[in-house]
Each structure stands twice: as C-alpha cells, then as structure tokens.
Design a protein around this ligand. Structure first.
Ligand code: GTP
Length: 336
C-alpha cells in the first residue's frame, strides 16, 4: 500500500508522458493526496497547458515521440522569463549522463521510473519548499525595489513643495552646465526669494507660511514651460530655476513674466512693506560655460545679484551680468 504523506498543500501538477499507463498511475497517486493534475501526452500539448494553467510543478517524461522532454523543458523555461516552475524529469534511463542532460536542459530533479510514491511525494515537497522560498525572495526583492525608488524620490524631492530639493538641484545644475559647455549653449540660473517672509510667518503663522511657499512653488513650476527648465527649493523661502539654452535677454524676459505671474496671483501678504501681496526678489546669472565655469561660481553670482535686488527695494530681479533691474524695466514697458 502506498504511504500517505502528511497533509501536503494542494498543488497543480502537470504530468507530461506519452504513455497513458504512467499518467494514470501518477494521476491516481497525486489525486489521492489532493493535488490537481493536468495531463499531456505530447510536447505541444504540454506547452499549451503550461502556458494556460501555470502549474506549480511539472513531471516530465524524457522520451516522447516528436519533441522530447529536454526540448519541452527548455521551451517551458523560455515561456516564463523571470519565473521558475520546478520541473522533475521521469525516465527509464539512470545513467549519470542522462541525469546531467536533464539538469542541463532546465530540469530541477531527475527520477527513474517506476517512481516510488514515497520518493515522488518527498521530491514534490522539496520542490514546493524551494518554490516558496523563491517566491519569498522575489517578493522581498520587489519590496526592496519599491523602497529604493521611494528613498530615491525622498532624497531628491522637497517634502513641503514637491519641487526638487537642494541636492537634486545641485546635481541638475551640474548636469546642465556640462551639457551647455559641450553644446556651447547659454545657461541661466535664477535664485529667487520671497520678500519679507519672516513678517509673513510672524503675522500669519508657520502653517499659513508653509501654504504660501507651496503656492509660490506651484507658480514657479508653472513658469517652467520648456521641458528642460526646472524649478527647485533651494532652502527656506529661497527657490532656484535652472534654465538651459537661455541667453541674457531670454532670462530677463523670463524674470519679467515671473514677476507678472506672482503679481497676478495676488497672494496676500499680511505685513509687507512692499505691498499687499507676496513679491519675489531674484538674482540672475547667465553664462556661456567654458572650462573655468563652475556651479558654485554661478550660485555665487546669482546670490550676489539677489542681494542687490533685495537691497535696492525688493520685488525685482537683477542680472549679475547686466545689473539690470527688471522691475524698473517692467514699469517702463507698461508705462510706454
Ligand atoms: N513657514 C515656513 N517658513 C520658513 C520655511 N523656511 C524658512 N522659513 C522662514 O522664512 C523666513 C526668512 O526670513 P529672512 O531670511 O529674515 O528673510 P525675509 O523675512 O524674507 O526678508 P527678505 O528676504 O530680506 O525680504 C524665516 O522666518 C524662516 O523661518 C518653511 O519651510 N516654512
């Protein structure tokens, strides 16, 4: 009498054998312990069932008319890229070379017919355990991939505004600088800062201050119309814009449009000497980079221009190279 293995988890098992007597005997044994059995008498039918039902384990006869078990195993492996269904070969041959060939062609184990039920169940149990371990590993590596992606995002995105953070901005500036140098194209960096933001916080509170920064960030993002333009939070109430392929004149046009956008948004400032709404001051630097141009140098220049914009009254953008006051320009343009 066949031994009864202790409560195996039910599996879907594909039996591939051209001899019906073998299939009947194996099916009866596997049925007896509650497994679901699929039967195929040829390579083509086996592949069809394999693709359709994705069995947990395959028991595969080596010798079959037409395509043999080795070929079928290779096709099954090719049909599940990244996956792994245990394949156990069944054969009358018990030479070492046969076992080797079976394993080489993608099989995981090799049993000599007639197979003792006890050995069969033991092998199934071992394969099932391996498959479960593999599934756990796959799941863990997926979780790791997701966690890494989240970490990567967290390390480049500013949590308050959703813009690039300082780290990502620095990397982007460096990258655009190298590209501009290679392609001999102008590159503009704008640093801008919300005017009298301490007063905003002191009067409206930090929560309202945060909401204000988010709104400004959104507006800055919207002004980045070209796919290569990017806005980021440089720190505190200071933002940076990297504008590739933008010459001085283009940068000034951009700054005027930005001032206008902020003006139209009319975000109320509860205590600003500059006016009733939020205003920005900015420093611009534009370069045609050569070997001596550095990201740090650009930041220093933009910061210097920003300081000038602040010290001459705020709500204006200065270009380091042109030392031109965009607010003055804008007033002149709208007056004419
Ligand atoms: N709510 C809020 N406030 C911030 C954040 N980061 C920086 N600040 C505040 O921004 C203010 C910046 O103040 P200052 O550097 O004195 O500059 P300012 O008041 O804007 O004055 P000017 O730049 O000279 O126009 C400080 O009160 C900071 O606490 C933030 O994430 N949220």
């Amino acid at each position: 009498m066949s031994p009864t293995p202790s409560t195996p988890a039910p599996l879907t098992i594909l039996i591939v054998d051209d001899q019906s007597a073998t299939r009947v005997a194996l099916t009866a044994e596997l049925d007896r312990v509650g497994h679901r059995v699929l039967e195929a008498d040829s390579a083509s039918w086996a592949l069809e069932l394999f693709r359709r039902y994705r069995p947990d384990i395959v028991l595969m006869d080596v010798e079959m008319p037409g395509q043999d078990g080795y070929w079928t195993a290779r096709e099954m492996r090719a049909a599940e890229p990244g996956g792994w269904t245990p394949i156990i070969f069944l054969s009358q041959f018990n030479q070492a070379a046969d076992v080797w060939k079976g394993i080489e062609s993608g099989g995981d184990d090799y049993l000599v017919k007639p197979v003792s039920p006890m050995i069969l169940h033991a092998k199934l149990r071992a394969m099932q355990r391996l498959a479960q371990m593999r599934q756990r590993l796959v799941k863990m590596s997926e979780e790791l991939r997701t966690a890494n992606a989240q970490l990567e995002k967290l390390s480049t995105v500013d949590a308050l505004t959703g813009l690039m953070n300082r780290r990502a901005l620095d990397a982007r500036l460096q990258q655009e600088l190298e590209l501009a140098r290679r392609e001999a194209k102008p590159l503009t960096l704008v640093l801008c800062d919300v005017d009298h933001f301490k007063r905003y916080n002191d009067t409206a509170g930090h929560v309202a201050g945060d909401a204000c920064l988010r709104r400004v960030a959104q507006l800055l993002k919207e002004t980045c119309r070209r796919p290569s333009d990017c806005a980021g939070r440089y720190g505190g109430e200071e933002f940076a814009l990297v504008l590739p392929n933008t010459p001085r004149s283009g940068a000034m046009t951009y700054a005027r449009a930005l001032i206008r956008t902020i003006e139209l948004a009319a975000i109320p400032h509860p205590d600003s000497p500059t006016g009733a709404s939020i205003t920005l001051s900015g420093g611009i630097t534009t370069c045609l980079p050569d070997e001596s141009t550095s990201a740090e140098g650009l930041i220093l220049r933009a910061d210097d221009a920003l300081y000038n914009a602040k010290s001459t009254g705020r709500n204006r953008f200065f270009s380091y190279e042109m030392q031109m006051d965009t607010e003055e320009q804008r007033r002149r343009t709208s007056a004419s």
